[in-house]
Design a protein around this ligand. Structure first.
Ligand code: ACM
Length: 536
């Protein structure tokens, strides 16, 4: 990391001179004061100020792919331009017209594989160049352009995130950021089963994830306490199995149109949805909905507690596989992304022999409907199919089974519970969450390396990271935000920033600068005492 240009607000605020303080307040954010840390930062003299007449100039070309490809990339650049304009208009009060007219001034969003060096940016990388005349954002893919826009937002004053007109000025430091992700898989999971969260609540979380370049939303759609996705061929799953939640509230479920809307909205923020149906354990809601799924033919009552490990699909019964086939077929048809998560954790009421037999039959069903299997890492104790992805949620990084599977080709997503689980309490006083994996303060959550966390795993097996949020104790968006912030940005940084940028003492200053942004956005974050928040 190159040190940022200009005087920082925190160093200047130690001064008693009002004029120095004022100058510091007006100084634009240093280019490296960004979460996740960019791969490369080169500050330069000067700055760009967004003004009332600043245009957002969008252009797209795909070089050799012909006019259709160019149109597509022009449309994609326009969409990102519209998103940026919507983000900046309320606080600036400027019109910020999005235009395809070219020019060497304004905010320029260029989607092109032909620009010098663009090839090394991949689909998600971007280059942000700031001079006194223009801000130029260049990317190969719409995801790269979108991630660059998130960086640009963080370089503007925090008040840019307010919903009403603010005074500015809206200056961005001069220089160049060239940025690419460390890992392709940067995910967050939301448990919508223990407590149900509606479409608008999921969209709100998606918007928050996008701020930190998270590109995957894993939805935990079924568990003992609730089945949350409509399945036409088994309608009682949602209608009955989704009718309650932890604590006995009314629960809920997504209609197919609801789910499509979540997928569409996630895609508009460059996130892929990975749906999870947890099997063969964590299935009480399904077992309560259809008596024939139970080995004894008797449906248990709905469950609103928080125990785990007491339910299992009936592995020897053929109807189990009719059920699995129908559910996976319908869910795969709704899901444009390539992955389908089949759970597989905490199957304590399934014998090992049954567990292996179940996974042997179910994994090919996922492939039959065109999807790649993702499972919790207990899948490595069965026979993961070729191409399967295992999600590690252990706490000591010492699981031989997982390392052996990785050596044999199973790819890994890392979400160690004592680091990445956003539902763990920060400390003994945290009013929400659980503590079975210990307390997880901000530093504990950030300070580990996905590449070396599990002993004996080749670095090339690690696809990336995920921050799961289980909702036994969480009922509202404010609850989600209190647990996710400030830890989520730390996990996002582990997924994005180069390993060489990993440094808690530097990170804590960068994440501290996010606090005023969260205040401006109405995000109810936890004010960790480990982080030097600028406003006390
Ligand atoms: C899990 O936390 N049971 C995956």
């Amino acid at each position: 990391m190159v040190a940022g240009a200009g005087t920082t607000a925190s160093s200047a605020s130690a001064s008693s001179s009002a004029s120095v303080k004022d100058a510091a307040v007006a100084a634009p954010t240093p280019l490296d004061r960004v979460v996740p840390a960019p791969a490369s930062v080169r500050p330069a003299a000067g700055s760009y100020a967004i003004r009332p007449d600043t245009p957002i100039r969008v252009s797209g070309s795909t070089g050799s792919e012909g006019s259709d490809g160019s149109d597509r990339s022009a449309r994609a650049a326009h969409r990102v331009g519209d998103y940026l304009a919507r983000a900046l208009r309320p606080a600036t009060g400027y019109s910020l017209p999005v235009t395809t007219r070219s020019g060497d001034d304004g905010i320029r969003l260029r989607l092109t594989p032909k620009a010098a060096g663009a090839r090394t940016l991949g689909e998600e990388g971007y280059r942000l160049q700031v001079t006194g005349r223009a801000i130029t954002l260049t990317a190969r893919g719409s995801a790269g352009l979108f991630h660059g826009v998130q960086t640009l937002r963080q370089l503007l004053p925090a008040s840019i995130e307010r919903a009403t007109r603010q005074s500015g000025p809206w200056r961005v430091s001069g220089g160049t950021i060239t940025d690419v992700p460390r890992y392709a898989w940067r995910s967050a999971m939301l448990d919508v089963s223990r407590h149900f969260f509606g479409v608008d609540q999921v969209k709100r979380y998606i918007d928050q994830l996008a701020l930190y370049k998270i590109n995957t939303l894993h939805l935990h759609l079924s568990d003992d306490q609730g089945w949350r996705i409509a399945v036409d061929s088994w309608p009682k799953l949602a209608e009955f199995g989704g009718s309650t939640q932890v604590g006995g509230g009314p629960g809920g479920y997504y209609t197919k149109d609801d789910y499509r809307e979540i997928v569409r909205y996630a895609a508009s923020r460059e996130l892929t949805v990975v749906p999870e149906i947890d099997m063969p354990g964590h299935t009480n809601a399904a077992l309560a909905s259809y008596a024939e799924l139970n080995c004894d033919g008797v449906a248990p009552p709905l469950y609103t507690g928080t125990e785990v490990g007491f339910s299992s699909l009936c592995v020897p019964k053929e109807v189990t596989y009719d059920f699995v086939d129908d559910v996976i077929r319908e869910l795969a048809a709704l899901t444009p992304g390539p992955y389908l998560h089949i759970g597989g954790d905490e199957a304590h009421s399934t014998s090992h022999e049954d567990y292996v037999a179940f996974m042997d039959r179910v994994q090919p069903v996922v492939a039959k409907y065109g999807k790649t299997v993702v499972g919790w890492h207990q899948l490595t104790g069965a026979h993961p199919v070729e191409g399967a992805i295992a999600q590690y949620w252990g706490t000591d990084g010492n699981e031989k089974e997982v390392a052996d599977a990785a050596k044999a080709g199973t790819r890994l997503i890392l979400s160690p519970a004592n680091r990445a689980y956003l539902d763990m309490k920060y400390d003994a006083n945290t009013p929400l969450g659980q503590s079975w994996a210990g307390y997880v303060e901000a530093k504990q959550s950030y300070d580990w390396d996905p590449a070396t966390y599990i002993k004996g795993v080749p670095e090339s097996s690690v696809l990336g990271v995920e921050a799961p949020l289980w909702s036994e104790t969480l009922e509202t968006s404010a609850h989600i935000e209190y647990m996710a912030f400030p830890r989520l940005p730390g996990i996002a940084e582990l997924g994005w920033a180069p390993a060489s940028a990993h440094n808690w003492d530097e990170y804590k200053v960068r994440v501290a600068a996010q606090g005023p942004r969260w205040d401006a956005m109405g995000i109810a974050y936890y004010r960790s005492p480990q982080i030097p928040w600028p406003n006390g």
